[in-house]
Ligand binder design. Sequence first.
Ligand code: PDD
Length: 280
Amino acid sequence: RIAYVNGRYVAHADAFVHIEDRGYQFADGVYEVCEVARGFIVDMPRHLGRLNRSLTELSIDWPVTRGVLPIIMREVVRRNHVTDGLVYLQVTRGVASRDFVFPAGTKPSLVVTARKADPAAAEKRAESGIKVITVLENRWDRVDIKSVGLLPNVLAKQKAKEAGAQEAWFVDADGTVKEGGSSNAWIITRDGVLVTRPAEHGILRGITRTTLFEVAAKLGLKIEERGFSVAEAKAAREVFISSATTIAMPIVAIDGAPVANGHPGSITLSLRHAFFDVAE
Ligand code: PDD
């Protein structure tokens, strides 16, 4: 495997950043994960747009120009022979001796890696569906920034794993679902309406979420952007999550209670299967 690190393509095993990189010391950095399907990086312009927003919010400079980054990403995908999988990129504020305030004159660090995934295995997962647990929201209020500070997400997803589930939903004290540890949350009502929380506050504006709005429109499905509770999700017709790594993935149990008949919903699966006809 080959990784890109600050201007060089190096063997994955020899790909290092400095111990005083602020990503390592302070989680002072941001990232993107893009799906690679049939050799193409899916929704690249949207991912670069969100990266730009994350960098701007944290006053981190672009490590390379916005035009060059897609070239690097495609090159990492090519060098790793990835036709289906994902590409990961991370930008940190750079290397400086440890000091909380922004150091003067650092150059941002850029790392890009790519990894193969098995589309057949993902499809099998979608056919059986996955389980979620709920955890109390304990993250900061700027989760709209795709920062590498993911410790609450790590702990929540580990808890899910230990409970035999694959995702954890962060839930407010009043029972409103925010989003998953690494995905957005959706329900489909008894009337067949898609419901997902508005992305203005409290969640990451998922790229897959945005593209699914277009997929739903194409399939003639109605979407309501509003909050929903765990109780409403448990009583919904279908429940699913979305992310670059899962696309639309059916949820068949919440905190151990089956959703509907405990099988993946047909609308979710049709959204999933129409996704790549719409994504660019
Ligand atoms: N996570 N919400 C959170 C907290 C996420 O970490 C992610 C993605 C999403 C979905 O965003 P998108 O559709 O752009 O992938 C929502 C990536 C996949 C990750 O951290 O691996």
